[in-house]
Design a binder for this molecule. Sequence first.
Ligand SMILES: O=C(O)CCC(=O)C(=O)O
Ligand SMILES: [Fe+2]
Length: 238
Amino acid sequence: MNMALRGDEFELARAFEDLRRDGIASIPNFLTDEEFARMGKFVDDAVARRPGAYVGFNGPAEMAGSGLDELGASDRLHSLAERIYEHMTGRPAQRSDFYQVLRCLSGPDVNTHSHFYHYDSYVVTLLVPIRIPTKGKTGDFLLIPNARRYRRSYWRNAVDKVLLDNRISQRVLRFLAERRLPPVRRVKLEPGRMYFFCGYRTIHTNEPCDEDQLRATALFHFANPHAGHSRGPRAKMA
Ligand SMILES: O=C(O)CCC(=O)C(=O)O
Ligand SMILES: [Fe+2]
């Protein structure tokens, strides 16, 4: 077992139980208070520079100095993602870079960047909530866990995406979510926790928060099974 993970081992075993039951799990206190404060400050500063707009960051260079760049390069996070990958797929993980995103929602753009139900192209999705509103619409995370299997071919995977990325599917899922009907599940995210789920197999998205609030999440996507193929110009999410 990787040394970097030893302290997290107990939490991980428990989290795998949650994952089996709920399709998503989280590890508490994954970040130190200092790490978390630094990420929060980076987000607050970025949003203050562009008030009322959606602010997005792609890749570690764009979030240099936030601590998220260091986290994405750390052995600890790679070990965690690899363990989760092996648990989910039953196959040995290969070391590869994360596809790293930081999403800061506030202002009128909150609706444009919410309720977009999708599968990620990557097997493991790690989600770190940095700022989550505590009042009004809290921007909950919505999911239908493990709605599809792993696809052998890129094209079969692309068909799943087309079947989901159209007006009818999107409206049906939104209708269900807004009425709190199954199979859509809802998670109130808690800052400080590290959430994970199988982004490749799970239909997921976020609800909007109120326009005068801020909802910021960092995503670390790990292991793209169809890595040889370009993501294409229409890819809106990982
Ligand atoms: O911000 C969130 O809660 C989810 C974002 C997401 O699924 C993605 O960026 O792929
Ligand atoms: Fe996603």
